[in-house]
Design a protein around this ligand. Sequence first.
Ligand SMILES: [Zn+2]
Length: 471
Amino acid sequence: MFWLWRSLVIAAMGLTTMVQAITLSDSDYQRYRQAALDKPQLSYADIEPVLQQHRLNPLFRFSQLGESALGVPVWQIDIGNGPVKVMAWSQMHGDEPTATAALMDLLNVLAADAHSQWRSSWQDKITLRLIPLLNPDGAAANVRVNSMGIDINRDAKALQTPEGRLLMQAARQFKPDFGLNLHDQNRFYAVGDTDKAATISLLAPAFNEAKDIDAARTKAMQLIGDMRDLMQQLLPGHLAKYNDTFSWRSFGDTFAGMGISTVLIESGAHPGDDNRQVARKLNTQLLVMAVNSIADKRYTRQSLDAYQAVPFNRDGGIKDMLISGLGIVVNGHSARVDLALDFDLDGNKLARIRDIGDMSVYGSFHHFDASGLQYQAGREYPLSTNLTLDKAGYLALLAQGYSHFRGEASLLQNNSDLPVVLNPVKLSEGAPQRQRPATFLLADKDGVKLALLNGQLLHLASATVLNPLGS
Ligand SMILES: [Zn+2]
């Protein structure tokens, strides 16, 4: 009788135990944020010490899922023993590291003594499996594809990559109810028609061309509804929805077709945040919320309206830099125009004029109001003998109308701490032109006030770059 009574009590507790939901505030987050991951690219060597540290913790069940084509281990980390299974994987594209850092942060959150009540409130409800850094070879080379040159996220059906096979194997063996597919998106997406950057984009991927909504996709959309509510508190206006076109070869769409409630989380850019630390923090906060929501089925209270209301990404809606209201003259026609500039930060570091005219529908990471200023093509300073530039001498040359140097690089010694343009190819002449280098001068009736030097805007009077690249 006693035993029966006890098991009834335990069963009743099991039914009524609520998840002791935590919300990770910004200051909480700083406590658990893993150090040394604020970098433009992350490889296995960056996360290995973090994994080693957590391997010793009996909370986590580490197992090696397999290895990449070049023999780097891919780990899966399980926590909890509940019937509802949640699987999150990151960086199947090697040059998309943001969520890998977030998974390291999440390990720290999960391991914290302060969160023992939280953990024990959901550990018998869900099993969480984390697979950080699915494509370590691509990560080491800082490229999207794996070492065979194959985009793993177009290999869900062909399964020709070891890494793609590992992910499919994990899905078939673990049989997740929820899949969290973690990526980075390009920095030029705006939120719908707004001028705000899509710092996070979400999607419940379709499983067919018709984009039908079955029970599994409904749950994914409901969970995104909860994520939207959280984003409205944390960073209003910066959440968008990723392109929902069915992609037969991709893992998210394939998993959706296998009945897994799949949520794509895309980390995007934010002004002044080159290493996407804003999106990293939001990822961690969204993942913690997802654990809460899935464990106590809170997401089921969402209608699909919240999901439908999230605006789609607008490709090209954000520019690297906008210079607005600049005066130009072409064949006697005066005009005031906006210039959109693109910075090739990863490749040849060349900043170009991308577009000219009314750019008021776009947002930007850097903006300069050029009202009252006039475009002026810079003169070329020929290098024939050794030239040592100090700050005052260089500023004087710019004020005289020079914008760049031409000649043997070894002749120029730049001691000014200011950017210098040497041997530019195809500069604009009388007026700015598309696709030409972003190097010219801005003047008013008293003379040159600013110099745009390969996209960096130098204010002559204060000798400061207004938009240092890398900020
Ligand atoms: Zn990706």
